[in-house]
Design a protein around this ligand. Sequence first.
Ligand code: A3P
Length: 368
Amino acid sequence: MTMSRIPFPFEIKDVEENLAKELMVHYTGELTGFVQVGPKKYFFPHKYKEEAEDIYNIPVKPDDVYVVTFPRSGTTWTQELVWLVKNDLDFESAKETPLPFRFPFLEISVIIHPVFLKPMIEDSIANPRKFHVADTAKPGAVKAANLKSPRFIKSHLPLSLLPPGLLDTAKVVYVARDPRDSAVSFYHLSRTYAIQGAPKDFKTYWNYFIKGLHHYSPIFEHVKEAWNMRHHPNLLFIFYEELSKDLPAVIRRVSDFLGKEITQEQVEKLADHLNFNNFKDNTSVNHVLMKNADLAVEGEAPFVRKGKVGGWRDYFDDEMVEQADRWLKENLADTDLRYPSWELTDFPTKDRKNSINVDYMRTPQGRT
Ligand code: A3P
């Protein structure tokens, strides 16, 4: 049976040439230009254009599991959690096979510019290694088609740019994080990998970030799309801050969501495996492929970096704190989305006393 192809429903516009040139001075990984997609203006490197419709048309299978996030929200942490729960805590295989091969990044080929990808492919042919980053960078739809089921797929695309039948067919875990912490973390990642690139100073980066002029932005639109679907039985919405505060509780919720039994002993073992100090030394998850390919800039931050909630405070001057407050308020005015780490004094979260808001966890099935 051949499925009819769905036309990509959004307009993809090139970012105006002068602005693109300005951005490429900082975002050294892009050499051609950028696009903005649809009314929310999701921002991507130019190559997204080539893959948008193919990704949108990826056939979804009922046993697929997706982890979807805005970058630097705890994706890797959650992927490892999900993969281990679903694979009966097979720590041996998790150690042996790097995460990008167990749980590939769907649209990484959009992010790596062809000029940088070419030598990576040549290197992987000339020096066949068991695991090479180039082998993870096939076009998203090709990669998805080649994966064995059950498929584990990581994507940073917002739900609206993923296959439209995704939620009604497969399971999706969405992770959100305080946007200020995501911004700082994304800045460091982009500095570490020249195939991405970022301005030297965080403030310049931040000013692009809040204008939606960085990969996958605008962050609030991205998160709100998932937040609005949080009661869908196939979507589990979690916060980085919850993982940080009570990892065993999140492990139990993920197990429940995936329909897997888990004992208290297993929860403890998994929580220990996922603990920041163990995680940062775990080469299967801490971007060893990028390091092997000499892609990490010497002296910049590692992929698993600080793992803190609220670390953004060390990067923001008074002007940025105020700017961030305004930005948060404007973007949250039309939604009941609130982050567990909220501390804005004049925000209606004042009386939450920093506790985790569990209201959003209730689903029609009564899952908590
Ligand atoms: P920081 O840069 O703030 O430290 P992603 O996987 O989406 O790219 O997210 C990366 C962020 O998650 C980084 O944040 C990283 O340090 C943090 N992280 C990864 N593993 C973690 C863990 N086990 N515990 C706490 N934070 C973790």
